[in-house]
Design a protein around this ligand. Structure first.
Ligand SMILES: [Zn+2]
Length: 310
């Protein structure tokens, strides 16, 4: 009979979840529901809405006259806020439930690096998406899912899978979701910074809405992949498990991109073209709340079934 070893730390194991073995300590962590994770999502969503409201209000009340590099830096600073809200939350709750911040920051930076070095160059210079993505509805939906969605979600997945995933710090049921969200926010931060730079600075009031939308969306879709990653680490999943997770995340990503375009431009009529960026924020908030709620439900269900099994 082979020795049973913990699939996290390799120590002798005396507990199992389905077909995976765990030592006592890692059985407890694998079935631990980190309540603060969900508080982190609530805070991120709520914090972003407050942030958007604040910048929008200040912008229209003060009408700051920023030009040149001041405008550029203000935009870049704003792009960093969504990730900062998320990170500050984890630093503040450190006393209650320590989470290795080094890894959280590393995964965030890796997500950002992959977006800047691989994702954006690939989509722009190899796939040339700006030339055809919005040509017609079919191109938008298929291209947003198969090209943009898969590229972005795969890179966020890679940022977690080839870093912290292999480490013994990845030992809790919710870790996949937490680290994937960090990667998603890293990706979003680069998209937002690139948006600011390519426009040579941006109107603060209207672009803050766009930034919050990008952050909420990229974090939500990454969380889907994160759930699949967490399950893959703690349970033996079939070969199609991760591809399924990535396909779901890429499909959600692509459909969102198409739908956002539709709702933002819903004000278009024959005589006047007006866009309403607020509709995009409403959509992103709804998507983030629904995705988070669904993932919370899934993780809880997994924990209950693991505990019921022993
Ligand atoms: Zn162990």
């Amino acid at each position: 009979m082979p020795d049973l070893v913990c699939s996290v730390c390799g120590q002798p194991a005396d507990r199992t979840i389905k077909t995976r073995c765990f030592c006592e300590r890692h059985f407890l962590s694998a079935t631990h529901e980190r309540k603060h994770t969900w508080r982190g999502y609530t805070l991120l969503i709520f914090g972003l809405i407050v942030f958007v409201g604040l910048v929008y209000f200040l912008d229209s009340a003060i009408k700051p006259v920023l030009t040149g590099s001041a405008l550029l830096w203000a935009g870049v600073l704003m792009a960093l806020v969504p990730a900062a809200i998320w990170m500050i939350f984890f630093y503040l709750q450190d006393r209650i439930e320590p989470e290795p911040k080094g890894f959280l920051l590393a995964v965030f930076l890796l997500g950002a690096l992959l977006a800047a070095a691989v994702g954006s160059p690939l989509l722009e210079n190899v796939f040339h998406i700006s030339k055809w993505l919005y040509a017609d509805t079919a191109a938008t939906i298929l291209g947003s899912i198969l090209v943009v969605g898969f590229t972005q979600e795969f890179l966020k997945y890679a940022a977690v899978r080839y870093s912290v995933y292999r480490s013994s710090e990845f030992d809790e049921a919710t870790d996949g979701v937490i680290y994937a969200t960090a990667a998603g926010l890293g990706y979003a931060t680069i998209l937002n910074i690139q948006f600011v730079i390519s426009n040579g600075g941006v109107a603060l009031g209207s672009s803050v809405i766009r930034m919050a939308v990008v952050a909420l969306a990229q974090a939500s879709f990454a969380a889907i992949t994160g759930y699949f990653l967490g399950r893959a680490k703690f349970e033996h999943e079939p070969l199609w498990w991760m591809p399924l997770g990535l396909t779901l995340a890429a499909t959600a990503n692509g459909l969102f991109n198409w739908l956002r375009g539709r709702v933002v431009q819903s004000g278009i009529s024959l005589t006047s073209a007006s866009t309403n960026p607020w509709m995009g924020l409403v959509l992103a908030t709804v998507v983030a709340v629904l995705t988070t709620g669904f993932i919370i439900w899934l993780v809880r269900r997994d924990i209950h079934s693991a505990l019921a099994e022993k």
